[in-house]
Every structure is written in structure tokens, then in C-alpha cells.
Design a protein around this ligand. Structure first.
Ligand code: 8YV
Length: 323
């Protein structure tokens, strides 16, 4: 029996490619740049399986074309709002993701942003590198202790809970959350997590607000001028989820006017573009979508993706099927 053909749209860790090459006719996009629409359509018409990432927009206009050969889209990544699931279902395409593999790495990054913002680390480094550091002073670059402060999580999935666990154990923070579905009493007790019935109530009570909800229409601009106005003037906003959750212009305004104290961002509305207003602000820590960027996480994501492909081509339901 001939091996299924697989197109991988971006370069992946060597051990992942090695495993996939043992079972599939693998083609890797040689440029390691986002594929254009034409190339994606060609891929859907020529390969049995496609492994895209967040940089590949697979919308209805692409997925509802005739003559598609692809039967499974095995996404490399947890978030899948770049794939139109309804259109995929209509086109009889199976879609999978990699939800477990990046939990630790992304939770670590959320903690990094909490500490970088609360201790003004980016600002301090810029002062030093620019040769503007004049020596130690008692009131220089004063930040905020996070011990005893409240971390408010928006969303309460895997990454939120792991962030909560670490923030509580390592940083001594109190945990609060708002989410569409409430966790069980046992789960809340295990994390000491206080549930808030509304986003507004969580925002008003939190010293650090960390976003962990999926992207997509339901969460678009959840954080906007109105909701930002509910936050404390000393509060910090962290986003390791999706850029679309935050109205970037409203956030830049709130930061410039010190309506909130700081923001730590890893994701943006129009990646790789970042609002010029944000880039000017010293109270914004800006990272280039590094959430899952560890060798361990990217390897585990690739292996989870390979497990999904293997199940599918063995005639089973892939473990991480989302459509
Ligand atoms: C991934 C992410 O690296 O998996 C996700 O949802 O946000 C990232 O950390 C990226 O999406 C790859 O597709």
C-alpha cells in the first residue's frame, strides 16, 4: 500500500520530521514562510494530509473548493481559529489540534510576562542597553510585588489552570477566574480559585488579569475601552492567548493614559504587525508569539500531531479531533 502524502507548511523539529518520514511521503515547505492562498489550494488538491500552523488561514473560500484530495488537516498548534471548522465538516475533512503539548511552556511564558511587567524588566533592560543607567537609586524603576496579589484568569482551561497552579505555588498569588463554564468545587478548591460570575467583576477585583480564552468571534475584543475601564489603575494585563481578544488601540490608549499600569503581550491582532502606539510605550512588554517556543513543547506538539495522523490513517478517530 502506498504511503499517504503529507504537506507540512512550516519547518518542524528534526525528530518530528524523522518520525513522520517513516510513515508518510513528507514534503516540507522549503521556504519556512507562510504559504499563500494559491499554494494552500494546490496543497489541498495534491496531498492526502496537510499540517498547517497559525500562519495558514484555511477559510471557507479555500476549503469549499472542488477537487480536494486532502482528508485530514492535522494542525500544529492548540488554537485553531485560523481553520473554518464548519467549512471543513462540509468538505468532509477531519481537523485535529495539539492541545496538551504546550501547556507547560505557555504557562511558563505567562509567568514570565507577569514578572517582567510587575518588575519593569523590559524597561530596565532598555535603560541599561541605551547607556542611560546612572547607578542604583532607592526609588529607581519601582515595580509591584505580586505576592498576595490577585491573579484574575479569563478562561479556565488547561493553560489557565497550570498558570494558576504555578502563580499560587511559586509567587504566592491569589487566584480568581471568569469562564463560560464553571469548574467543579473540587477543582476550585485545589487551586484556591474564586469564581466570578461576570468578566466585569473579575476585572475590578484583579491586580493581574491573564487571558486564556480561545480566539474567534465569541471573544473578539473582549478587552476593549469599556472593559479596560473596569480594571484597577495599578493592574496589569497579560495576553498569551490570541491577539483578537484585545482591542489593541484601546489598550495602547489605556496604557498611555495610565488607566492601567502595564501590559505583557505575546500575541497581537494583526501578527506580525504590532500597533506602533504600543511599541512606543515603556509600560508594555512585547514578545513575538513565543508561548510554545521551547524545543520540548514544539517537539511534543509535533509528536501529538503525528499521533493524530497515525490514528486517522489507521482508520481510528484521532485523539484530538476538533472537526
Ligand atoms: C503555536 C499557539 O506555536 O498552539 C497555539 O495555539 O498559539 C502557538 O503557541 C502556534 O499556534 C502554531 O500553530
Amino acid at each position: 500500500m502506498s504511503r499517504p502524502s503529507l504537506l507540512i507548511t512550516r519547518r518542524l523539529p528534526a525528530s518530528v520530521l524523522e518520525r513522520l518520514r517513516a510513515s508518510y511521503e513528507v514534503t516540507v515547505n522549503p521556504d519556512d514562510r507562510a504559504l499563500g492562498r494559491e499554494a494552500l489550494l494546490m496543497a489541498l488538491r495534491s496531498f492526502d494530509a496537510l499540517s498547517p500552523t497559525i500562519t495558514d488561514k484555511l477559510d471557507a473560500a479555500l476549503l469549499l473548493n472542488s477537487g480536494l484530495r486532502t482528508r485530514i488537516i492535522a494542525n500544529f498548534g492548540a488554537g485553531f481559529e485560523h481553520i473554518d471548522l464548519e467549512a471543513a465538516k462540509q468538505a468532509n475533512l477531519v481537523v485535529t489540534n495539539t492541545p496538551d503539548a504546550l501547556t507547560d511552556a505557555t504557562a511558563e511564558l505567562a509567568l514570565l510576562l507577569i514578572l517582567m511587567t510587575s518588575r519593569r524588566a523590559g524597561e530596565g533592560e532598555r535603560v541599561l542597553r541605551a547607556g542611560r543607567w546612572t547607578g542604583w537609586a532607592p526609588t529607581q524603576l519601582l515595580g509591584m510585588d505580586v505576592k498576595g496579589k490577585t491573579l484574575g484568569l479569563v478562561g479556565f482551561g488547561r493553560i489557565a489552570r497550570e498558570t494558576a497552579r504555578r502563580a499560587r505555588a511559586a509567587l504566592g498569588m491569589h487566584i480568581a477566574y471568569f469562564s463560560r463554564s464553571r469548574a467543579s468545587v473540587e477543582e476550585e478548591r485545589a487551586l484556591g480559585a474564586e469564581h466570578h460570575a461576570t468578566l466585569e467583576s473579575l476585572l475590578a477585583a484583579s491586580d493581574v488579569v491573564s487571558l486564556h480564552c480561545p480566539g474567534g468571534a465569541a471573544t473578539h475584543h473582549l478587552i476593549n475601552a469599556t472593559t479596560l475601564a473596569r480594571m484597577k489603575s495599578t493592574a496589569i494585563l497579560i495576553n498569551t492567548a490570541r491577539g483578537s481578544v484585545v482591542d489593541e488601540e484601546a489598550l495602547a490608549n489605556a496604557l498611555a493614559q495610565r488607566q492601567i499600569a502595564a501590559a505583557g503581550l505575546d500575541v497581537y491582532e494583526r501578527e506580525p504587525a504590532v500597533s506602533p502606539a504600543l511599541r512606543e510605550l515603556d509600560n508594555a512588554v512585547l514578545l513575538p508569539h513565543l508561548g510554545s517556543a521551547t524545543l520540548e513543547a514544539r517537539t511534543a506538539m509535533g509528536m501529538q500531531m503525528a499521533d493524530n495522523l497515525d490514528s486517522f490513517f489507521a482508520g481510528r478517530t484521532p485523539p484530538n479531533r476538533v472537526a
